[in-house]
Write a protein that binds this ligand. Sequence first.
Ligand code: FRU
Length: 475
Amino acid sequence: MNRLHKDLNILVNRVEAWELSRVSAGPWRQKFHLMPPCGWMNDPNGLCWRRGNYHVYYQYSPFNAGGGLSFWGHWSSPDLLRWTQQPVLLCPDQPWDLHGVYSGSALVEDDTMYLFYTGNVRHWGDYDYINEGRGSNTALGVSRDGIHLDTKAVLLESKDYPPDISNHVRDPKVWKQDGKYYMALGARTRKGHGEALVYRSEDLRHWEHINVITTPEPFGYMWECPDLFQVDGQWILAVSPQGIKPYGHIGQNVYSCGYFPFYGDFRGEYTLGEYRELDSGFDYYAQQSFAAPDGRRIALGWMGMPDADYTNPTADFGWQHCLSVPRELHWADGGLTAWPVRELEQLRRNARTIEFSGTVQRDACPTLDLELENHGSRLTVALAGAAEICWEDGLLTLTLDEACGSGRTVRTADVHKLRSLRLLVDSSSLELFLNDGEQVVTSRFYPGEPCYLRLEGEGTAKLYDMCAMEMKTIQ
Ligand code: FRU
């Protein structure tokens, strides 16, 4: 690799070592979620399995907890429980990616990793950076081991995209099918409509534009992080659309993260089913999925939201954001379900069963896993005066206490019938899976101690403490 790549890697290492004590002094480091060693994290990138290890790359700004120049940070693990920090793999070290190596995906073939990403360039000048002034270069990094980069090259530049497309084109998701390679790219048209461009290649290097996937009526101005995949025989287009008009309970956040059931052929005629959000909480965006070696479709999302007006107090300790737990996806009863991967059950300790009718209160570890069967017509699950989940009259409400929400207040979801609920609580996040994962509510929050759990209603719950995953850092 080039000299700049090496120097940037050394610099990142030194910054990480320097920040270590500040970061670890803070109260809200997560126990079973992937975080940046220091600095800022956003989207999961390049999710894959290669020769006995899962690889999770991510958007990483090591120099600034408030975000900045992006690299691809890297965690690897043999089992989704024991993680090792690896050196940054992609650095902004070329004229065509110097303002950030943006999001993308991995394709593994013959043990070689092909990493598709967007090289972001902001040209110097008086531009709007929407239709002019921005380079969004689709690039390919090749690595024989996922840790060292062998080569990097540009595949598509702004001039290669269809003429009606603005400068906002990014987040290549690549897969192989019927002996050919396909790529979905998130795009914004010059008229300000979101869509996904579909490309095809025979050799991973030459790409031909073959289709556009979009809604009959405009749905937002930009679709970030498209992910087109099949699960249980159903095609899904997951996207993070920006600029949709809120309707019903959809669009409570500044940007959305959801999916369309996809019918037809992505290479030709198709129709999109009804859009649904993947998550109704404050902090879930840029989901990416991949195929695990045992056939599971696993997804991770960024537990954050771009341009949100709420904050994260961890920035004062030199780091910000984390990823969701890996979630296994299924297509069931006409909808996508998401459920924490079964590996996480190995982190459970100290199981207790709680049968309740009325109100019960229990001491609870700050990190917990609660599985609850609901038998009543209303239910409240409250955490230490920090967060309250209420279900009544077909409506689910998550309310965060003012001091703990850091600007987050209330989110709601239509939940006609609540049969069951699973709540995963880490030091500074909660993930709520309703009715076997038919709906999910994800949020960061910043509780103080001590911690207790209050249940109100009727049901049976199993409560576990959650212990920490192993997260080995480079230092
Ligand atoms: C989504 C996103 C992507 C982009 C990346 C830059 O959060 O805006 O579209 O590639 O973040 O960090």
